[in-house]
Design a protein around this ligand. Sequence first.
Ligand code: NAD
Length: 479
Amino acid sequence: MAEPFVGGEYVKGLGLGRLPVVDPATGEEVDSVPVCGEPEVDAAVRSAGEALPGWQALPAARRGEILGEVARAVMGARDELAGLLTSEQGKPLREARIEIRRFVHTLEHYAGLAKNIRGGYVPDLDEGAYGLILRRPVGVVGAIVPWNFPTTLLANKLGPALVAGNAVVAKPAETTPLTTLRIAGIMHEAGLPAGVFNVVTGEGPEVGEALVRHPDVRRVAFTGSTEVGRRIMELAGPQFKRVSVELGGSDPVIVCPDADVDAAVKGVNIGRFFNAGQACLAAKRVYVFDEVYDEFMEGLVKRVSRYELGDGLQKAEKPKIRMGPMNRTRYRDQVDSQLEEAVSRGARIVYQGEWSGSKGYFFPPTVIEGAPHDSRVVREETFGPLLPVFRVGDLDEALRLANDSRYGLGSSIWTRNIRWIHRAAQEIEAGMTWVNQLHYGYDELPFGGVKDSGVGREHGPEALEYYLESKSVVIGGLD
Ligand code: NAD
């Protein structure tokens, strides 16, 4: 049975009862974790607090070395971790292996930035006085992570937090705690000091809120839904905690008449259906110019019809591409009701895959057209393999519709027209715009949203800023 990881060990006997962890492909229980609450959070935060002085006393370069060493150890356990991830999350093994590789890449990225943490020097502030700007770690970080990419979204927080000298208490999602717990043990065995990274398990409203409320947690890094992000800000605000919230998205994609339509089809197909559509950065609304609409739709349906739904642990037969189940019945039902509402209001199903199995939380990949722009597939985030496509007449219309959303995470445009590229980059209200590229979050570039998609940035050196405080020091009187 999996147990919380606190102070460098798996601690038995914690919590009130246990939470089953279920394989979404079969509905069968694979393990369970304790339902933690305030006492367990307090113990984990105390352990992190005790580890802080030793961790902060290390030269940043040494912290970077340790991060590199533990990243290599995680890579060494890639197959085991990918299997665990598939069994609790549902994604095909191939995607799980990619995810573990990304976890490692992110830690390595921050390990490499360790020597670049710099402060400042301001000369001649006053007669005989100068200023220093110190960069100090914030302290104990509470990291709350969702289930769609449980490990990469953890790495986005862990990498910059640890290299900057903070200690972390993580709370994985209810349905996907196992890989995170295993990673914590591997990282400790590979040299991460006890207490620097702790993991508590349980229900978001109890253990998650206890973590956000804890007075010794000075920084909260949250990824999840917009609704819970709002709650996190309400809780953290009165204590003036440093907060970043990476939230939902409804990324628009614009396909112009001069686009490489094949490339756009490939990009949209992966961008929408990777991870069974359960991604924040994903092609969620596609606006295709009249001139290339039919060609785009024909190509898209051809590709989407190659998916075969099934248990992610089994190997896919070529040329079929395996798509796993959705992680929760709740999300499958939500996508189903979004589709039903769109269809009841005049949308047409252009393609829907097949699923005849009786077990698991599967939803077949679905492409629709003609949905009203105030229907739920546009207003809400569609967190599953459902894609609405819209016909547009010109760029003004495409940009207006792209911005007709409360979300602003990613976006893309497929064109070679440099003026249109500039307009999209300037005018789309989003944290990111890709041009003729897949919606892919590079570690090197800041990543985050505007509007209801959140506050703050992960990835890149920019993320380090969120784990450091500036302290000004004036030095005088030395003459
Ligand atoms: P969620 O908000 O329900 O849960 C996210 C995490 O918060 C989980 O660990 C959960 O246990 C915890 N939680 C729930 N209620 C809480 C509370 N009251 N206080 C503290 N913690 C609480 O989201 P989800 O369903 O797990 O994930 C899907 C959502 O995450 C989607 O909206 C998706 O777009 C978003 N997401 C955003 C990004 C991004 O970087 N912008 C990345 C991935 C996913």
